[in-house]
Ligand binder design. Structure first.
Ligand SMILES: Nc1ncnc2c1ncn2[C@@H]1O[C@H](COP(=O)(O)OP(=O)(O)OP(=O)(O)O)[C@@H](O)[C@H]1O
Ligand SMILES: [Mg+2]
Length: 299
């Protein structure tokens, strides 16, 4: 699968703080890639570097496996700062102007206004928009020129719950059209709801990179008990799909290796004559995993 972005060993030192240390990550075509981390963890710095507005101290990045030439920027739609539009102009006029500035030859203003739901109020002056309406127009603006990838920094900041749901819906719709999305957020919930992949940052370092689903599965546990714990334990110890067993009598807490299913384990136990009195599958939550990752000490 085509790599849309590769970042290799990025480091960014500011005079008083190291914002990024040896950060590497890979975004593939079609990913909705979340960069998740608390305030000050280096998310905006990372986006600034890959968009060419911040110079890295060390390391490199490559877009579309073609390097970091400025001409590649045309294939990227980005929303880093608060959107700035002319208050006395309506959405049509503002996006028309943006198209000219961006050098987009065939402005597809109608398409992006529809995609983001701005079409409904496109004839009103920007100065009269609510925060949510402004944010949608900003999203519309990033879509001009039909970019292959969107880079968004905290796209739902400052929005009310309805605005948040709207913007997330728009992002999902855009991704559904085949656009790769890279999204920085400090909100677990957002990444969980919107993203397929995630990199977790803490103090400029990557703690985790992978599928959101795998991070969630990271804490998957199966609790099992039996009237005959010795027999249960013996059977569990023989099962090839067991990653880890914790004994807390009368309960056993089990983690399965990748690719093994709970249903297979329970079938195996029944086949081996184990009389199961309790079997529960506790799925992990991203929040728990995230907090666990963040509480682990790293240099
Ligand atoms: N221009 C700058 N000069 C000096 N330090 C900076 C500059 N920009 C960022 N930093 C520092 O780099 C670190 C990372 O900042 P960054 O803005 O990338 O974090 P962030 O993850 O985007 O945080 P937030 O969630 O608050 O947006 C912070 O310690 C910040 O103070
Ligand atoms: Mg930021």
């Amino acid at each position: 699968m085509q790599q849309v972005l590769t970042i290799e060993n990025l480091t960014k030192n500011y005079p008083s703080v190291r914002a990024l240390k040896d950060l590497s990550l890979t975004v593939r075509k079609g990913d909705i890639y979340g960069i998740l981390g608390p305030n000050g963890s280096g998310k905006t710095t990372t986006l600034g570097i890959i968009l060419g507005v911040t110079n890295p101290s060390a390391g490199s990045f490559s877009w579309f496996e073609e390097g970091n030439g400025y001409h590649l920027r045309k294939r990227i739609g980005a929303m880093l700062d608060k959107p700035s539009f002319y208050p006395h102009m309506n959405a049509w006029q503002n996006l028309g102007l943006t198209s000219v500035i961006k050098g987009i030859s065939s402005p597809d203003v109608t398409r992006v206004l529809e995609l983001t739901g701005v079409d409904v109020y496109a004839k009103r002056k920007f100065g009269t928009y609510s925060t949510g309406m402004k944010q949608r127009l900003a999203l519309a603006s990033t879509l001009l020129g039909n970019p292959e990838v969107l880079v968004l920094d905290e796209p739902t900041n400052g929005l009310d719950p309805e605005g948040i749901a709207d913007v997330r819906g728009i992002i999902s719709r855009i991704a559904g059209e085949g656009v790769t999305v890279i999204l920085a957020s400090h909100l677990l919930d957002e990444v969980q709801k919107v993203c397929t992949h995630v990199a977790v940052l803490k103090a400029g370092q990557k703690l985790y990179e992978g599928q959101v689903a795998s991070l969630l599965a990271g804490d998957d546990r199966i609790e099992i008990s039996s009237d005959n714990p010795a027999k249960l334990e013996e059977a569990l110890n023989k099962y090839e799909g067991i990653e880890k067993i914790e004994k807390n009598l009368p309960m056993f807490s089990v983690r399965l290796k990748d690719g093994f299913k709970v249903s297979e384990l329970s079938a195996y136990l029944i086949m081996h004559g184990v009389d199961i009195t309790h079997l529960a599958h506790n799925k992990g939550s991203l929040e728990k995993e995230f907090l666990k990752l963040l509480s682990e000490d790293r240099d």
